[in-house]
Design a protein around this ligand. Structure first.
Ligand code: TRP
Length: 439
């Protein structure tokens, strides 16, 4: 069974509200528990710098978001949870992608175009107030995704264009530098259509910009109760029948209730349940789900050092993948250790050419030992053994790993059942693997 890699970025500005919880946090955490899914969750704090130059706000939001996701049940053992800015390879990749990114493509990015349009309306210079960060933000996002070769990226509608750009950049890089190899998987956007957009207090979509939000954890039980008391309803009195289909209070209730509870709530409203009592029921329901999470949230907020440790462990996991992959990408673009350059073949006599190409081609050797197990070695251009595999019960297991290493190179090295020969540098292995791939 193959594993699907799913990656989610969370921009660290602002404090999450109940709409974020129902629309994004809860479904994403549920999805991360599915079998055959490898999930990456990261705090997109470099993205946050694009919109926000208030260091305190960045700091606070990183803390709150890390605490929120963990309190809501994100399991850092199961998923890879890290801060974007703790994985410097992402920025290295951003530059490699920037160098294959057509400027015209960025001109068409929504966020940039919206800024230009607003400037045009205001009669300003089109680029007034536009930073290079805003302009090239989709490239950073592409690097987030391609660094871990995510297959699926759950996003809102507004982000779909960025995934298309990511695919475009992946294709360009593969084409220019891949030499037949596909360094990057082409990711797909997943727009969750069936996930409810939660209505806010006034019935419009719950959003900070409408000032109609219900807080998730901030302000505790009291703030939750106060917000629920302010949900707008019609003016029907207790005893008068209510129409559950037109009441957004019911939509809020549905986001937290079992179907049987919903049916019951609806018929009670039709039978004349007062809005005050209905709000009390909604409060009880939401509070039952949030209270244990809120307690965990408070724990984390009181112990930021625990968050720090968890996030650093997460970035170690992430870098375990990113470093070898980045080393390969550097090889691919020509950022290599200095070696005597190979001369063009036509300049050589046949004999010399044969000798040189023998020297230049690393190889895998598969064999069986007296213990009955199957093994392989990876031999470098100078006949040194670079990698030695463990023993496999089946020859085809050994063969499958050889194939995988040939095709995917350093990207799978970290998980491969091999040991590096003493004294051999990781760079030498990566170099030999990419020489093999481009041969
Ligand atoms: N730009 C995304 C947003 O505003 C956040 C984000 C950054 C992201 N990098 C990502 C989302 C990579 C998915 C994948 O919502």
């Amino acid at each position: 069974m193959t594993t699907t890699r799913v990656l989610t970025g969370i921009t660290t500005t602002g404090t999450p509200h109940l709409g974020n919880y129902v629309g994004a946090i809860r479904p994403a955490i549920e999805a991360s528990r599915r079998a055959n899914v490898q999930s990456f969750f990261f705090l997109a704090d470099y993205h946050a710098l694009i919109k926000c130059d208030d260091p305190q706000r960045i700091e606070r939001s990183r803390l709150e978001l890390a605490a929120t996701w963990l309190a809501c049940g994100l399991d850092p053992e199961l998923v890879t949870f890290y801060r974007q800015s703790d994985v410097p390879e992402v920025l290295e990749l951003t530059w490699l992608l920037t160098c294959v990114c057509p400027k015209g493509m960025m001109n068409r990015a929504h966020a940039y175009k919206a800024a230009c349009d607003a400037n045009a309306t205001a009669g300003e210079d089109l680029d007034a107030g536009v930073t290079m960060g805003l302009f090239s933000y989709p490239v950073l996002m592409a690097a987030d995704i391609l660094m871990f070769n995510a297959h699926l990226v759950p996003v809102g509608r507004d982000q779909v264009q960025h995934i298309e750009m990511t695919r475009d950049l992946a294709q360009r890089f593969n084409h220019v530098f891949g030499g037949g190899r596909h360094f990057f998987v082409l990711p797909e956007a997943v727009v969750e259509e069936q996930v409810a957009t939660l209505p806010g207090l006034d019935g419009r979509k719950m959003s900070k910009s409408y000032d109609n939000t219900i807080p998730l954890f901030e302000g505790g039980t009291k703030a939750l109760g106060d917000a629920i008391a302010r949900i707008v309803t019609d003016s029907r009195l207790p005893g008068e029948p209510k129409d559950p289909d037109t009441a957004h209070l019911v939509t809020l209730y549905e986001a937290f209730a079992e179907p049987a509870q919903v049916a019951n709530f609806r018929s009670e409203l039709q039978a004349g349940l007062g809005w005050g009592d209905a709000k009390q029921r909604l409060f009880n329901l939401v509070e039952a789900e949030l209270a244990p999470m809120r307690a965990r949230y408070a724990e984390f907020m009181a112990h930021p050092d625990r968050l720090e440790d968890l996030l650093m462990a997460g970035s170690d996991k992430a870098r375990g993948l990113a470093q070898p992959f980045m080393a390969e990408l550097r090889q691919a673009v020509g950022l290599r250790r200095m070696l005597a350059l190979k001369r063009a073949p036509h300049a050589d006599s046949d004999g010399e050419q044969a000798g040189r190409s023998k020297l230049a081609r690393p190889s895998f050797k598969q064999y069986r030992e007296a213990d009955g197990l199957f093994y392989f070695k990876f031999i470098g251009p100078d006949d040194r053994v670079l990698l030695q595999s463990h023993g496999f019960a089946q020859g085809k297991e050994s063969g499958a790993w050889v194939q995988k290493l040939k095709l995917e190179g350093g990207a799978v090295l970290a998980g491969a059942p091999v040991v590096l020969t003493d004294g051999v540098k990781l760079e030498d292995v990566l170099e030999a693997l990419s020489a093999l791939a481009s041969a």
